[in-house]
Design a protein around this ligand. Sequence first.
Ligand code: RB5
Length: 146
Amino acid sequence: MKEKIYLSSDHAGYDLKNNIKNYLKKNNYEVIDLGTDNNTNSVSYADYGKKLAKNVLQNNGSYGIGVCGTGLGISFAVNRFKGIRGARITSIEDAKLAREHNNANILLFGGRQITIEQAEKMIEEFFKNKFEGGRHKNRIDSLDEK
Ligand code: RB5
């Protein structure tokens, strides 16, 4: 098994989340789906973002992937939690640098904006790179200080 990854979305992110789930399982990641479970009942990205952040924080070394329509609302929700570094990813370069420089522990995608093929490439890019530490670690540590 590779990394443990929590998935969470609102209704607008449901379809992409489902496709991401299949992709991650096929690639031997441990996947825990926190919902939502359909694309018709309107739910709040705030609730699903909070759930995602809490699960990632409670499970050391785990990661999260959150999806809403744009990836914006759910990124606001997760980034209110100390210890969470949620990166809204829109390019391969974002994915690479979110790992190497920011050591992101949650990735956020816009389910109404990107395809599963694009999401797969970004997820692959994120996990194949490594956090560089050093000066980046000092900056990350200071995020959690007042
Ligand atoms: C839901 O319609 C939509 O507003 C939400 O998924 C998200 O895009 C908000 O940032």
